[in-house]
Design a protein around this ligand. Structure first.
Ligand SMILES: [Zn+2]
Length: 327
């Protein structure tokens, strides 16, 4: 399926398909959690279906649809990291090259989706470049990227770029309203926490991530009251997803700074009382330094640096405790 906020991109690509001017490589970019992968899967299925309708709705009945659904279609390859946070490696891209150059097609296209392409390591990206330089006539490569700056410009320049912007808030909230398990949740809050990305907002609730956020914020608050110890606090978090926690903490520190410069609107408004208290007990300058430090750490993690979680959190919490108890 594709989502209501992706109609423009759908119409653009389906028209290109009907007019037989699809390129050999597409690059879907935009923030994570808006449904680019689902869109790519839907597009691939529509291209492979034998009875697709004029708007690109696949039939779900034909032999090709059944093969695609079961993951057994010989002309369709989906490439992703072996583990969520690891890199896409050169061996996986060599497999792409072999797949693309195979002879004998079941359908009109041989489709590869690389998701997320920004997680290819440098060797993998170089190997892909060779495939992008001379793709066979039947090839369609779809690269999905949440971080365009992490892809080599040589790869980007060989793809037709399709931007998936953040959906408008009305469409995103309407979609969240219809999702199971979100009835009692403040949807505007979770959408803000997810930077406006509806699928990421749903995941915050369905995977219990709001509970982890609460644990983190209580730790931060109790550190500011000198009621807990940075090293012990780090132990309690070291199994969790560091990047996600880093984003929660960044959002918290940025809210603190917003309050300190007199802004009325903050993201974490469920913690307004605590943040307001902390905004009076911390210095803007120190918060700015902490924010810069968190952004630098976040960049290292998203580029695949394997930081020791315990040591990383100890350093962050010591810095935060210094910020919050300097008065
Ligand atoms: Zn079909």
């Amino acid at each position: 399926m594709y989502y209501p906020w992706q109609q423009t991109q759908w119409r653009q690509l389906w028209r290109a398909k009907k007019e037989q001017r699809l390129p050999h490589a597409l690059l879907f970019s935009g923030i994570a959690g808006t449904g680019k992968a689902e869109f790519a899967a839907h597009f691939a299925r529509a291209l492979l279906c034998q009875a697709v309708d004029e708007n690109g709705m696949y039939c779900n009945i034909c032999h090709m649809c059944r093969l695609t659904e079961s993951g057994a279609h010989a002309d369709f390859l989906w490439v992703q990291p072996e583990k969520e946070s690891s890199a896409i490696k050169i061996d996986q891209i060599r497999e792409v090259s072999e797949f693309i150059h195979q002879t004998g097609l079941q359908s009109h296209y041989r489709i590869v989706v690389i998701h997320p392409a920004n997680q290819m390591n440098a060797n993998a990206a170089n190997a892909l470049l060779k495939t992008l330089e001379e793709p066979p006539a039947s090839a369609l490569l779809i690269l999905i990227s949440h971080q365009l700056s992490q892809l080599p410009p040589t790869v980007v320049s060989r793809c037709q770029h399709i931007l998936f912007p953040q959906p408008n808030q009305k469409d995103a909230l309407q979609w969240l309203e219809k999702q199971d398990g979100l009835q009692s949740v403040n949807k505007e809050l979770v959408l803000n926490l997810a930077n406006g990305a509806p699928l990421a907002a749903k995941r915050l609730v369905s995977e219990g991530l709001l509970g982890i956020r609460e644990t983190l914020f209580q730790l931060l608050y109790s550190l500011s009251q000198k009621e807990s110890d940075p090293i012990q606090s780090a132990i309690s978090l070291h199994t969790e997803d560091t990047l996600m926690l880093m984003d929660f903490m960044l959002s918290w520190v940025m809210d603190l700074m917003r309050l300190q410069v007199g802004a009325e609107s903050i993201i974490n408004h469920d913690y307004h009382a605590q943040l307001s208290d902390l905004s009076k007990r911390t210095e803007l300058q120190r918060n700015v330094k902490l924010m810069e430090n968190l952004i630098a750490l976040r960049k290292q993690i998203s580029e695949g640096f394997n930081l020791n979680k315990q040591l990383t959190w100890e350093a962050v919490f010591i810095r935060w405790a210094e910020c919050a108890t300097c008065f």
